[in-house]
Design a protein around this ligand. Structure first.
Ligand SMILES: *Cc1c(COP(=O)(O)O)cnc(C)c1O
Length: 814
């Protein structure tokens, strides 16, 4: 795209400020973190319930961005860039996308439904790509923001579009319809339940059908409720398992090995189609694809030859631990320009190592000529500061000269043969390739092999939970996030990186070495150390960490070093004891504290804090209020007598929920970020972050009278099928969870733990579960939850989470 900003003004009905006459834009962005932002980016400053992108504008101008769509011009930015002022920046984004869409005139498939949208989209792309230059929404970009962004990726070479639309409440679809303007509609599985955000199933169906207001043809599974709401003028092409009057009637399904044979009637004839799946969802999604191919008049042989090749769709970008201290981003199932852009932004947000390598296959269906395509890929790679490119495939090899520091291989096998010479070490590696290149073999080589137990961390859930708590804060209240004990067991550095992106104000750790490892991992946020030993003061200063000072002895020791090192205004945090009786200055030492700090220029009281002993238990409400009052009084005294203006903070997670009037200038969020609340009502609003998973190593059936495990603690009363799982108390599973108390989840069924928990293994009862060796096992996550386990074990979720040993591999995904 290349558009004069001048021409955008009337489309957005914007008020323009700045030199818009000559400005040209070629990309649109809403992500302040993207390294792909440039002088020719049009940045839309979106405003959400918890985030306001206007705060990033100053930084963006500093990096060279010149054109902004805003609600208002941030104070410091006037005269420094071009601004289009609008009433609603999201509406403006959608209006601009609708305008951009209107410049193209090829068939566009619009997909909606409750399930299967992304899969049908990916499959159609695969099925149609031999004949069309397809543009499709990347990943699951189907929201009010994602749809416009998908549309901006259209270029002159495309001749078919596939876009998905997802909505969560009424009135949203009308907006997406205007942006996508589908000419062909596909309604995927609509689900039987009604979703939150809709009154009932009818309202949901009615709302989804708004997408198809003006389509030339609508493909859908016939059902009374959908039929009731289809607009009279809409032409339809329907299918059904039960209604013979549908255009395509599926009268039989036959299962054979891994395949399903679908028998259907169409235009009076009977046909058979083989697809490589068994499950009902995949069968329905495949039929949606079949319908589209029939509508396009593909012959039966072509349809069959392509549809047997359908594949499971991998939708998430996974972060994995690699060999030689590398970090891997596994996106080994797709290779197109749009998803490369997304993956590179994700790589940037993971920013763990200075050194970054991209392993990239040939790129298909960009809609561009290869020459231009690889020039653009090279630009992207340069703007994302990638150090090394490893190209795999004959086409990318032919354009090797476009890249700096690039090695190429003809195919994956050649790469593997030369693997040892490539020296992967201390770097982040993005692995991105089209399916046919089988990059999963590369992932396998690069992945660190441990035993099969992993703790999967959902980074999106962390962002979600952070925003949930942020929404409870009054304006201007800062947020410190506690990442002590390795991010409550969830992984320190990765989570800190994410928090840095979300611009939290502070991180908190327990000990200096935790802070040092975050700083050496590249974290720039200020970090408070809760429990600095006097011996670590030198390291604290050297690493620009900020100590919590909680007693006079510590204060004198720190001031001594501060003086020796000639420090000036080094930030320290003063901890007051208001009733927790753990660490902190007591009331009677305040005078001496004030006298010591008065006139001392080596340090600066950055904040004053205290900690609540029982913020989660409303039985002790009076006690907590007395702590808060005492904190207010003591800190006010310090502030007045020293004439300073520090940040004050006392609330932890349950404090944020239960004492909203005592936020002072900052709160300290801990367990809530990791998806655990002490309040069952609040728990409903949080997303699960960690899932502890393993696999079945072995299955056997024992006879009545036989025993299981050490001490023969379990005696079988009847023949019992036993599965052994490689996780034990050395991984952090409490022995109290054994002997029939606890269970794991296999195939969504509970499997009781039999006998004692061993150091590295447990045995569970799978008599009633249809499972095999290698099947996945969930130890905790959605079910059982950490809170549930904690309750049964008579402890708290904090202990369960932080007990998971460091030998358990952490895998991050979003
Ligand atoms: C751990 C900790 C927190 C966070 O507590 P949560 O209950 O996990 O929110 C806050 N402040 C201090 C001093 C802490 O030690």
């Amino acid at each position: 795209m290349s558009i004069l900003v001048q021409n955008i003004i009337p489309i957005l009905k914007a008020k323009a400020i700045g030199n818009t006459a000559t400005a040209v834009i070629d990309t649109v962005s809403i992500d302040s973190r993207s390294l792909q932002n440039s002088a020719n980016t049009l940045f839309f400053a979106l405003v959400g319930p918890n985030n306001d992108a206007h705060v990033y504008i100053e930084d963006l101008i500093a990096t060279g961005v010149q054109n902004f769509v805003v609600l208002h011009i941030p104070e410091a930015c006037a005269d420094k860039a071009n601004f289009l002022i609008v009433e609603n920046t999201l509406d403006a984004l959608q209006q601009f996308a609708a305008y951009y869409r209107s410049r193209f005139n090829f068939p566009v498939i619009g997909l909606t439904g409750s399930n299967g949208k992304t899969i049908v989209k990916e499959w159609l792309n695969f099925l149609l790509s031999p004949d069309f230059n397809v543009i499709r929404s990347p990943k699951s970009y189907n929201s009010q923001v994602g749809v416009p962004l998908s549309i901006f990726a259209i270029n002159e070479k495309h001749n078919l579009g596939i876009f998905e639309a997802g909505i969560s409440t009424v009135a949203e679809m009308e907006k997406l319809e205007k942006v996508i303007k589908p000419t062909i509609g596909i309604l995927t599985n609509i689900g039987s339940s009604h979703d939150e955000g809709f009154l009932d199933l009818e309202e949901k169906v009615k709302e989804k059908l708004v997408l198809f207001k003006e389509v030339e043809i609508l493909i859908y599974q016939k059902s009374d409720i959908v039929d009731k709401f289809i607009l009279p003028h809409t032409k339809t092409f329907s299918w059904s398992f039960s209604k013979e009057e549908a255009d395509v009637f599926i009268y039989k399904k036959e299962f054979e090995d891994q395949n399903t044979l679908i028998h259907y009637k169409y235009k009076g004839d009977s046909f058979k189609l083989k697809i490589p799946f068994h499950d009902q969802a995949s069968i329905e999604n495949a039929i949606s694809c079949l319908m589209l191919l029939l509508h396009f008049d593909y012959d039966i042989a072509t349809i069959q030859s392509r549809m047997v090749l359908l594949f499971p769709v991998e939708m998430r970008l996974k972060v994995k631990t690699g060999i030689n201290n590398c970090s891997l981003i596994d996106d080994s199932y797709s290779s197109d320009f749009q998803s490369l852009k997304i993956a590179l932004d994700f790589l940037e947000s993971q920013n763990q190592f200075q050194k970054k390598t991209v392993i990239l296959s040939d790129i298909f269906q960009s809609g561009l000529a290869n020459e231009e395509l690889y020039s653009r890929v090279s630009q992207l790679i340069v703007s994302n500061n990638i150090n090394r490119v490893i190209g795999i495939g004959e086409t990318i090899a032919a354009f090797k000269d476009k890249f700096v520091n690039c090695i190429t291989f003809k195919n994956t096998a050649e790469f593997i043969a030369n693997f040892d010479e490539l020296d992967f070490e201390n770097e982040t590696i993005l692995i991105k390739g089209a399916r046919s290149f089988q990059f999963e073999e590369i992932v396998y080589l690069l992945e660190e092999k441990t035993h099969e137990t992993v703790l999967e961390i959902n980074l999106n859930a962390i962002s979600y939970n952070l925003n949930f708590f942020k929404s409870k804060l009054k304006p201007k209240v800062k947020i410190m996030v506690m990442v002590k004990a390795f991010g409550y067991g969830n992984g320190g550095l990765e989570i800190a990186k994410l928090l840095e992106h979300h611009k939290v104000d502070y991180l908190g750790v327990a000990f200096a070495d935790e802070g040092i490892s975050l700083k050496s991992g590249g974290i720039q946020l200020p970090i408070m150390v809760l429990n600095p030993e006097n011996t670590s003061f030198a390291a604290i200063i050297q690493n620009q960490l900020e100590p919590e000072i909680y007693c006079l002895k510590g204060l004198y020791a720190f001031l001594k070093i501060a003086k020796e090192k000639n420090l000036h205004q080094f930030p320290i945090h003063i901890k007051l004891d208001t009733g927790m009786h753990r660490l902190g200055f007591e009331e009677d030492s305040i005078e001496e504290l004030i006298a010591t700090l008065k006139g001392n220029e080596t340090v600066k009281v950055q904040s004053i804090l205290s900690h609540l002993a029982t913020s989660d238990d409303l039985k002790h409400r009076d006690f907590t209020l007395s702590q808060i009052n005492l904190f207010d009084a003591m800190s006010t005294k310090i502030i007045t007598e020293l004439g300073i203006n520090p940040i004050r903070h006392i609330l932890n997670t349950s404090g944020i929920s239960n004492y909203p009037d005592s936020q002072f200038n900052m709160v300290r969020l801990g367990i809530g970020l990791y998806g655990v609340s002490n309040d069952p009502a609040e728990q409903k609003y949080l997303e699960n972050v960690g899932t502890l998973k393993s696999v079945i190593s072995q299955i056997r059936t024992i006879k009545a009278g036989e025993s299981v495990g050490y001490g023969r603690k379990f005696m079988a009363e009847k023949p019992t099928k036993i599965a052994t799982i490689p996780i034990g108390y050395a991984d952090g599973i409490s022995r109290g969870w054994g002997n029939g108390v606890g269970f794991v989840n296999i195939k969504d069924k509970k499997a009781k733990i039999l006998g004692s928990i061993c150091m590295d293994m447990i045995m569970v009862d799978v008599s009633e579960i249809n499972c095999t060796e290698g099947d996945s096992v969930i130890i905790f996550g959605e079910s059982p939850t950490v809170s549930y386990i904690a309750k049964k074990l008579n402890t708290i979720p904090y202990e369960v989470l932080t007990s998971i040993s460091q030998r358990v591999k952490r895998v991050f995904y979003r």
